[in-house]
Design a protein around this ligand. Structure first.
Ligand code: NIG
Ligand code: FE
Length: 416
């Protein structure tokens, strides 16, 4: 007989269900279950209801009873990271803060290429070790699904090394890692040919291997003056779409044009958008592309935040992700960054939480997570409070004390 577990009681469960994928959300729209329990079976949520009532059900229920006040949210989803890499870019950070720009540092041999050099030097085992450590750190902060990009290999073999390391890490850790191929991160400095030739080679030779080895179903590209233009990327994305890959784009970070590419290719998400003007905001809002703000990159580079308020007011769908990477976004704390974006962009609690739960699930094209609702994965997190507002109010310095993944308690602070 299948085991059913009742978990609770929670003073509050904020299920993040019944909310619109697009547009502004006020806190009064948030559903709140009080003194609630969650029934879980086979890793899925069966029911949410009054804990007392559920505990009296006659059938074979195991009860996981919590002591004290807890508030429960869906497991957080970080839909954009680069946590598979070698080395460090502490020197870039110091140079930026001494006045050099991100693009100047890249031109001087630092930047993404520096991490490519260090990642190529690392063995697959070393990459697995690093990624495992960062994924586990994320899990303890409540992040149960983490997207992870390649993009520091930039050759067929080195991109494969990264994507295999991500797959092996996924098998090692409690969080789900969703991999993305970002071979179009920049033209590798040692490539004998131009952007068009590089992209053609990657799409012809690497894409079929990704399919054969089931390494990813997502293709990303950095559309920027320092990386690839809209024209150069068009055949690459066409090929990816023809093979059935989902598209996602690093768009409008320093200059606009990437968001239009994302819309034209019906990308699942367009990420960054710090440079987007009202024109791009309106175009994104009238499309099905999820606009993803990466406050960690704004904090890391000391530049403007993505116009999140404008995106929501225009009717767009806003996800919020950490962009955790060794260069532009070294902090990697999703909850802290999302809370800070909320203060600068005047986002409601509901909008911030939506951005790191069900809207982030949509940014990964995942329909089985991001809400505490019947049939969804039993991924949820408990905070030691009786009021959900305390979570963002503490601006990230209040972490969950319990994390459940597929119904299993995978982190319990009380035991550490
Ligand atoms: O999302 N913008 C391009 N790529 C990454 C940065 C990578 C790096 O600096 O190493 C980003 O910010
Ligand atoms: Fe990124």
């Amino acid at each position: 007989m299948k085991k059913t577990t009742l978990i609770g009681p929670f003073k509050q469960v904020i299920p993040m269900s019944g909310l619109s994928l697009k547009g502004a959300i006020s806190d009064s729209q948030l559903r709140i279950f009080e003194d609630a329990g969650i029934l879980v079976a086979n890793g899925k949520i069966q029911e949410i209801g009054n804990f007392e009532d559920l505990s009296k059900r006659p059938n074979n229920i195991e009860i996981q009873e919590l002591k004290g006040n807890h508030t429960c949210l869906p497991g957080l989803i970080d839909s954009h990271t680069h946590i598979c890499f070698g080395g460090s870019r502490a020197n870039d950070y110091a140079m930026r803060n001494a006045g050099m720009s991100y693009l100047e540092i890249a031109k001087a041999g630092g930047g993404i290429w520096d991490t490519v050099t260090q990642t190529r030097k690392a063995t697959q085992e070393e990459l697995i070790k690093r990624t495992t450590k960062l994924a586990n750190r994320h899990l303890k902060s409540g992040v149960t699904t983490i997207e992870v990009k390649s993009g520091y290999g930039l050759s067929i073999d080195e991109e494969l090394k990264m994507l295999r390391a991500i797959a092996a890490t996924n098998a090692n850790v409690s969080a789900d890692l969703i991999s993305t191929c970002l071979a179009a991160h920049m033209l590798p400095k040692d490539y004998e040919g131009n952007q068009t030739e590089y992209l053609a080679e990657i799409s012809e030779k690497l894409f079929p291997i990704l399919k054969d080895e089931n390494l990813t179903n997502r293709i990303d590209a950095f559309i920027e003056e320092s990386a690839f233009s809209a024209e150069q990327i068009a055949p690459y994305f066409q090929k990816a779409k023809a093979l059935g890959f989902d598209i996602t784009v690093h768009a409008d970070q320093f200059s606009t044009s990437g968001s239009k590419v994302a819309i034209d290719f019906q990308a699942i998400s367009a990420d960054h958008l710090e440079a987007s003007t009202q024109k791009e905001v309106d175009l994104l809002a009238s499309s099905n592309v999820i606009a993803t703000a990466l406050p960690g990159a704004s904090i890391g580079l000391g530049c403007d935040f993505t116009p999140a308020r404008k995106i929501l007011d225009a009717g767009g769908a806003l996800a919020i992700a950490s962009d955790h990477n060794p260069g532009s976004a070294p902090m990697g704390d999703l909850l802290t960054q999302a809370a800070i974006l909320g203060t600068f962009e005047k986002l409601s609690n509901a909008e911030v939480l939506a951005g790191i739960t069900f809207r982030a699930a949509a940014a990964l094209n995942l329909k089985d997570r991001g809400q505490i609702a019947k049939g969804f994965n039993a991924d949820f997190i408990g905070f030691h409070t009786d009021n959900y507002q305390e979570i963002l109010y503490n601006q990230g310095n209040f972490k969950p004390c319990m994390v459940w993944k597929n119904g299993e308690l995978v982190f319990d602070k009380h035991k550490h």
